[in-house]
Design a protein around this ligand. Structure first.
Ligand code: ADP
Length: 495
């Protein structure tokens, strides 16, 4: 590798979640795992996160590195410290973040009414770090994740000082952060920012829109999703902007943390294994069945689901396929939480079919590992899916993914069609997204393949041999970072 490519780069990541401190979904996994993988590519990352109680508790000995007399209505500080291998900067602003539980939602189940201010403050603090408020550390590049951090490029744009390069990553275009235009002043944005090439979005203020408009580059979490979001069907109002910025838009797949998701050494499963291993699978399946009160039926295929329960995830389609499950002797092991209607529907299905449908309705990180290790196949029937992580974990655990052919699911699973089976490269099954009939067909195909033990074992082996680590994605990010840093430096020289 040539010398300049390996020059060390300093990156500031800014995000509203980070595993293992605060997690509501895949965003936290990515933000928690990418720094370690980037370090191996010569990129040093510090990550700025809100100082929620779950963060501040872990940063007891953190060092204060900057103080704000007033930041959006109260005193605040930046504190720096390490949690495991993560180099964190927390925005300690009790008036904004000293609230337990979910980072976005209050005890009444509704978004916190001041979310615009809470995440504008995160972006503002990120911009301050970008512009050099920390003694002795200034990033070459800032990486803002999702709408909660996406105002950052706007704060950098409407000022005169030299700024680092900027990237915004869209983890899910469905979450955009839209707020009324009369908040412009309260958010600390100048009047000129309220323009079509600034933060204005259909007459309101769009946080994600601002980031997509103003960042040097945009990434999203799979090549297919990068294409899909440029279409009116999947663009959620932003497809025009994304088409206009297509040259700056990159699809980079997520990986999984292969230390956290490691069937060879996983404290949350019943038996460890390194390759398809019928005896270990049997033990893990038995533990999962016991946990979710599923019948001990040696012939049945256990179909796992680990998911938020929302329209996006398509699990209402699975409810339509219950007759197929029973006809094909498929047991369901579902770990999920979310929409009350879906939770109620699954609860009703489970009580009508005890022993055949096992549920845990809630969030349980450890059980997620046992589902992956104990199920035979893992279902991800999403209507849209930017990348999806559970199918990657499934590959690693020898659970055969059955996925909708959309976004990152389409990019990561090789369907067991005749050609792929003959070539020995199939890893799972795909079906057309959004159709219960196609899902039922895929479940019948899965059951048939499962009855063909050597073929099923080949699918498991191919899946377990697939590289789902962060190595390749981190290389892509590091290459992109370096290209942006170079371009930013030469723009500065021209200016
Ligand atoms: P999304 O971010 O849209 O929810 P992803 O597939 O990208 O979907 O990431 C979901 C992450 O959250 C995975 O790490 C998955 O294991 C985890 N997860 C989802 N639901 C649950 C749950 N109920 N309990 C434990 N972990 C869950």
């Amino acid at each position: 590798m040539s010398q300049p490519r390996r020059a060390r780069a300093k990156a500031l990541a800014v995000a509203s979640e980070i595993y293992p401190l605060v997690k509501t979904g895949g965003l936290a996994d990515v933000v928690g795992a990418l720094p370690g993988a980037l370090a191996r590519e010569g990129v040093e990352t510090r990550t700025l996160v809100p100082g929620y109680p779950a963060v501040m508790d872990k940063l007891e000995d953190a060092e204060p590195v900057h103080a704000y007399r007033a930041l959006y209505g109260g005193p605040a500080r930046l504190v720096a410290g390490r949690v495991g291998a993560l180099d964190l900067i927390a925005l300690d602003a009790p008036h904004l973040y000293s609230r337990p539980g979910n980072p976005y939602i209050g005890p009444d189940g509704a978004d916190w009414p001041d979310n615009a201010i809470r995440f504008a403050a995160l972006a503002r603090a990120g911009a301050d770090v970008a512009l050099g408020v920390l003694k002795g550390w200034r990033p070459d590049l800032v990486h803002a994740h999702d709408w909660q951090a996406a105002l950052l490029p706007a704060f950098l744009r409407y000022q005169d000082a030299a700024r680092p390069a900027t990237v915004v990553t869209v983890h899910n275009l469905a979450f955009q952060g839209q707020f009324p235009r009369d908040m412009l002043g309260a958010l600390g944005l100048p009047p000129e920012s309220f323009a079509i090439d600034g933060v204005e979005y259909y007459g309101a203020i769009g946080f994600l829109k601002a980031g997509l408009q103003l960042a040097d580059a945009i990434t999203t979490v799979s090549p297919s999703y990068a294409l899909e979001i440029q279409s009116p069907e999947a663009g959620m109002g932003l497809d025009g902007l994304l088409r206009a910025r297509a040259a700056a838009l990159h699809g980079i797949l997520n990986g999984v943390d292969t230390d956290v998701w490691n069937p060879k050494a996983d404290p949350h499963i019943a038996a460890a294994y390194a390759a398809p291993n019928a005896r270990a699978k049997q033990k893990n399946r038995a533990a999962l069945r016991a946990r979710l009160r599923l019948d001990d039926d040696p012939q049945a295929l256990v179909l796992g689901v680990v998911s938020r329960l929302s329209w996006q995830k398509g699990l209402d389609l699975l409810l339509e396929c219950l007759p197929t499950l029973f006809e094909e002797n498929i047991q369901l092991a579902l770990l999920g939480a979310g929409d009350a209607d879906l939770e109620a529907a699954f609860r009703a299905a489970a009580s009508s079919h005890p022993g055949r449908i096992g549920l845990f309705l809630g969030y349980d990180e450890q059980l997620a590992h046992l589902v992956q290790a104990g199920c035979d196949a893992l279902l991800v029937p999403s209507r849209f899916e930017p990348c999806g992580l559970t199918q990657l974990c499934a590959l690693r655990y020898g659970a055969v993914p059955v996925v909708a052919r959309v976004g990152g699911l389409a990019d990561t699973i090789v369907d067991a069609n005749e050609m792929a089976l003959a070539a020995g490269v199939a890893t799972g099954l795909q079906f057309a997204a959004g159709s219960a009939a196609r899902l039922a067909h895929a479940l019948r195909r899965a059951a048939a393949l499962h009855r063909d033990a050597p073929t099923w074992k080949a699918l498991q082996a191919n899946g377990m041999a697939t590289d789902v680590s962060w190595d390749a994605p981190a290389r892509h990010y590091a290459d992109l970072y370096r290209a942006l840093i170079r371009a930013n430096a030469s723009n500065r020289r021209v200016a």
